[in-house]
Design a protein around this ligand. Structure first.
Ligand SMILES: [Zn+2]
Length: 145
């Protein structure tokens, strides 16, 4: 099993990114400055930064990482009070939240590989919208299915 929030599956080659420093995040930005297609990949071997905005995976981790992630959603009150506004937006909120959880929620990365398992979907049918993404449930999903 992956070490939660320390290891990830590379979206290009599928192999394990062994530590945060080995990872890179790529995404695309359309002509309206709308960001989408967030990917976690091996730094250097699987990245192609010539075509994408990109940042080190480590930037998105921990409490400061939450602030970087939130910047995609809002420029925030200080910048608004200065008179500045966001030039960008997130194109697909479900996709962005999936990326957000991959870098912030323990066991999500391992559990998300099981999200298509029919038995899992059946077992969680009556759960509320939050329950499946809580740490304990994700650990259970990662281990059980
Ligand atoms: Zn890779």
């Amino acid at each position: 099993m992956l070490k939660p929030l320390k290891q990830w599956y590379c979206d290009v080659c599928g192999d394990i990114i062994q530590k945060p420093g080995d990872g890179y995040v790529l995404w695309k930005r359309d002509e309206k400055f709308s960001d989408y297609d967030f990917k976690i990949v091996h730094k250097k071997t699987c990245e192609d930064i010539t075509k994408h905005p990109s940042m080190s995976l480590e930037i998105f981790l921990g409490e400061d990482g939450v602030q970087y992630l939130l910047t995609f959603l809002s420029i925030g009150k200080i910048k608004k009070n200065i008179g500045q506004s966001s030039k960008w937006s997130v194109k697909d909120m479900d996709e962005f939240v999936d990326f957000f959880r991959r870098v912030q929620t323990p066991y999500y990365e391992e559990a998300r590989t099981k999200f298509g398992v029919a038995q899992l979907l059946n077992d969680l049918f009556t759960e509320n919208e939050t329950g499946p993404y809580l740490e304990g449930q994700l650990k259970n999903i990662a281990e059980k299915y």
